[in-house]
Ligand binder design. Structure first.
Ligand code: GUN
Ligand code: ZN
Length: 434
């Protein structure tokens, strides 16, 4: 059978790790083979049992081969906002973000940043993401157009925002409905593109626009919804002023029936008991964005509280509030957030979260996030000896969990030695597309 065999130390998760010694939650092949053909995974197993006749073998030893990493919340128009000095979320949004996003009215700018954005994802081993575009439909075309060129599975949508932002960044309830509908019809399900109805957050949407989002969701029930929820205290206060009849922030979205298994709520830091129950009941997803939450001083996500109630949890960079595209850097900061809450994030769980965990949160298990027959051949190859300091530390590493923890604690884009998107080597190709 023609195809490609990626040989190396292969790791894929089967389920959520129950602890650092849980060996049943993953499959690990010291000398493994991932057989790929036509952009899909055909089989995964021991190299010495693989049928290599007719296949091209690429040997990645001593590196680890994992499913491509997944970022569940990122803003592609905010690459040039990263590291902007502000006291907190709202100052940061109004001083930098709402200024920067205006540039995306220009299709050429949108196309340039989209291309650089995907280069950066690839550089960091991220093969799929749920992304916010800007308010401009042309930014969505640029985003999905570039994703299509690279054959990457992406969830994205036009930001809907019709108040409390500069005039140049506002749509209307009607135009946001019309534009989203058109984009949805054009992109949802085309190749690997999936559409997310994207009301930015309650502060920038009128009740009429929320109704428009609700109508879209009713018409396209298999679409995603993504928005922000309970990120900062000032944001929550403002949400109450704008929706005085709402008992809490979550109930604003509930009123417009925006909760559900394909709804992704960024942040979810300061939720009440009732709000957590509403997320659990609706199977909505709470997205943990540690680098952003620390950078903007938004607060410490209470992972264990949400997890204990059975809340579906994803993890994400939230660039440009977040400061790195690297899921390794993101989980490292996630680990520290949890340390400050006296919660433990073991490395098996971290790597589960950035692969299968996020795939499950995005309802995409079997398609991305694990190395199983029939899944897309989206993979990352990780090198725990990528820097002299890591290489030195590796001399004292004696098991897989320790190696993963080193990758998380010290790794970044330098630890990503190769990336495969739908079976094609993508990282070694990046530099050439600039
Ligand atoms: N809330 C509304 N918009 C945004 C955004 O762009 N970034 C973050 N971190 N929070 C938001
Ligand atoms: Zn965000």
């Amino acid at each position: 059978m023609t195809g490609t065999i990626l040989r190396g130390r292969v790791l894929t998760f089967l389920d959520e790790p129950q602890g650092i010694n849980d060996e049943a939650c993953y499959r690990y092949y010291e000398d493994g083979a991932v057989f790929i053909a036509d952009g899909k995974i055909v089989s995964v197993g021991d190299y010495n049992k693989a049928n290599i006749a007719g296949a091209t073998v690429i040997d990645h030893h001593p590196n680890l081969i994992l499913p491509g990493l997944i970022d569940a919340h990122v803003h592609f128009p905010q690459m040039q906002v990263v590291g902007s000095y502000a006291a907190a979320l709202l100052e940061w949004l109004y001083t930098y973000t709402f200024v920067e996003e205006q540039k995306f009215a220009d299709p050429e700018h949108s196309a340039r940043i989209a291309s650089l954005f995907f280069d950066e994802l690839i550089r960091n081993g991220t093969t799929s993401a749920a992304a916010y575009c800007s308010v401009h439909p042309q930014s969505v075309d640029a985003f999905f157009g570039e994703a299509e060129k690279r054959n990457m599975l992406m969830i994205a949508g036009k930001v809907m925002m019709d108040r409390n932002a500069p005039e140049a960044l506002l749509d209307t309830a009607q135009s946001s409905y019309d534009d989203s509908r058109q984009l949805l019809a054009k992109w949802h399900g085309r190749g690997r593109a999936l559409y997310a109805i994207t009301p930015r957050f309650a502060l920038t949407s009128t009740p009429e626009q929320m109704e428009a989002a609700q109508a879209l969701m009713r018409e396209y029930p298999d679409c995603y919804v993504q928005t922000h929820l309970s990120e900062s205290m000032a944001e929550i206060e403002y949400a109450h002023e704008l929706y005085p009849n709402a008992a809490d922030y979550t109930s604003i979205y509930e009123r417009y029936q925006l909760l559900g298994p394909k709804t992704l709520f960024g942040h979810c830091i300061h939720l009440s008991h009732r709000e957590v129950e509403a997320l659990v009941e609706s199977r909505s997803v709470a997205v943990f964005c540690p680098t952003s939450n620390l950078f903007l001083g938004s607060g410490l996500f209470d992972h264990d509280r949400l997890h204990a109630r059975g809340t579906r949890i994803a993890v994400a960079t939230d660039v440009g509030g977040g400061s790195s595209h690297s899921m390794l850097r993101t989980l490292d900061e996630g680990y520290k957030v949890m340390q400050l809450r006296e919660q433990r994030l073991n490395p098996l769980r971290s790597f589960y979260m950035m692969t299968l965990g996020n795939a499950r949160a995005l309802s995409l298990e079997g398609t991305i996030g694990s190395l199983v027959p029939g899944a897309a051949a989206d993979l990352v190859v990780l090198d725990a000896r990528a820097t002299p300091a890591m290489s030195l530390r590796m001399e004292t590493v004696s098991n897989l969990a320790q190696e993963l923890f080193l990758l998380q604690s010290c790794g970044d884009d330098r630890s990503v030695s190769e990336v495969y998107v739908a079976g094609h080597a993508a990282k070694s190709a990046v530099g050439m597309t600039n």
